[in-house]
Design a protein around this ligand. Structure first.
Ligand code: GDP
Ligand code: MG
Length: 176
């Protein structure tokens, strides 16, 4: 066993799901590395990033899983969902189809994820002017599905820290 002191109080596994191109990888890169890359980030294999947050004096290690391009083929495995404490459902506010597909992602979650999982709905790319989905439509779907909701921009760094923080707080409340 390791003699190194554990530098966190708990670990939370969090997944990002949603159609290909909605900005899941960019949200992660913005949150963890505070960078934005305007080109498509191709993830090969299973990838995760780590970031530690301080929530009410507790060090929470977030293990953030990215879907590695599998979402294009809708072949995300059950194993990916296993053990997730939080799942962020992401759509692109400039692409109505990705918004309509949220219902499908939501049923996949109900099928494969833990019953206790905390969800969060996110409309990304709020910086863009060519919207196809209004904030009100996002709020309405969130109400219907019973999910908390936020709009965000990985590009402009709008609400990115907040969305991960809010999700982690909601998970923490469930654990306490
Ligand atoms: P993923 O397939 O869901 O992981 O999507 P990516 O993170 O690879 O992003 C897909 C494309 O959308 C890339 O060209 C990104 O640069 C772009 N993108 C991601 N987030 C934003 C955003 O907040 N605003 C804008 N304008 N573009 C974004
Ligand atoms: Mg990606």
């Amino acid at each position: 066993s390791s003699t190194a002191a554990k530098n966190y109080d708990s670990v939370m596994k969090i997944l990002l799901i949603g159609d290909s191109g909605v900005g899941k990888s960019c949200l992660l890169v913005r949150f963890v590395e505070n960078k934005f890359n305007p080109s498509f980030i191709t993830t090969i294999g299973i990838d995760f990033k780590i970031k530690t947050l301080d929530i009410q004096g507790r060090k929470i290690k977030l293990q953030l899983w990215d879907t590695a391009g599998q979402e294009r083929f809708r072949t995300i495995t059950t194993a990916y969902y296993r053990g997730a404490m939080g799942i962020i459902l992401v759509y692109d506010v400039t692409d109505e189809r990705t918004f309509q597909n949220i219902r499908q992602w939501y049923s996949t979650v109900n099928e494969h994820a833990n019953e206790q999982v905390q969800l969060l709905l996110v409309g990304n790319k709020s910086d863009l002017g060519n919207r196809q989905v209004t904030k009100e439509q996002g709020e309405e779907l969130a109400r219907e599905l019973g999910l908390p909701f936020m709009e965000a921009s990985a590009k402009n760094d709008d609400n990115v820290n907040d969305l991960f923080l809010q999700l982690a707080k909601l998970i923490q409340e469930k654990i306490d």
